[in-house]
Design a binder for this molecule. Structure first.
Ligand code: IMP
Ligand code: MG
Length: 172
């Protein structure tokens, strides 16, 4: 088993999620919020985030693949599950577990344009800055790290470790 270095505990995560939810509730108080979660990694964060919201919301998911089973983006982002919610003229918030190269978010911002939403913003629990390849706006960020491969709180290595309550850096 790989060595795991603690990054955020479950209770530190809970505090950060609460702060994000409160800010989103405030910013979208008079709006028509549609949350689009990016599967698979986001399922844990999204479940926590939406339960702290104090405003009504509709939720849908997209699924994209860019990683093979390694730890570096293949750069080739493909959609494997489309959105089903009608987001035309509505306020969309894309929710991601982690932004790394930025290619997934750049792809999704382009993809969503064809459905003519009123606005699109991005929320990521982790902003990992060092390997960014395209500048993407991240409007709501839970935690910033420079580098490293993280697991836990939905984040996986080859579909493993998603169930771990805290976030750890893997010593690979
Ligand atoms: P990007 O397209 O390179 O920004 O990568 C986005 C996707 O890569 C995320 O949704 C994650 O699934 C995956 N990813 C990037 N960095 C990590 C990490 O440190 N741990 C686990 N998954 C990661
Ligand atoms: Mg992911």
């Amino acid at each position: 088993m790989e060595e795991m270095i603690p990054v955020l505990s479950g209770s530190e995560i809970a505090q950060k999620v609460k702060a994000l939810s409160h800010q989103i509730s405030k910013d979208y108080a008079e709006k028509d919020l549609c949350i689009i979660g990016v599967l698979n990694g986001v399922f844990v964060f999204l479940a926590d985030l939406v339960r702290e919201l104090t405003i009504p919301v509709q939720i849908d998911f997209v699924r994209v693949v860019s990683y093979g089973s390694g730890t570096v983006s293949s750069g080739n982002v493909q959609i494997t599950k489309e959105i089903e919610l009608d987001v035309k003229d509505r306020d969309v918030l894309i929710v991601e577990d982690i932004v790394d190269s930025g290619l997934t978010i750049a792809f999704l911002l382009e993809y969503l344009k064809r459905f003519h939403p009123k606005s699109v913003k991005v929320c990521a629990f982790v902003d990992k800055t060092e390997r960014r390849q395209v500048e993407v706006p991240i409007d709501y960020v839970g935690h910033v790290v420079e580098s490293g491969f993280l697991i836990g709180y939905g984040l996986d290595l080859d579909q493993k470790y998603r169930e771990v309550p805290g976030i750890y850096r893997l010593k690979l």
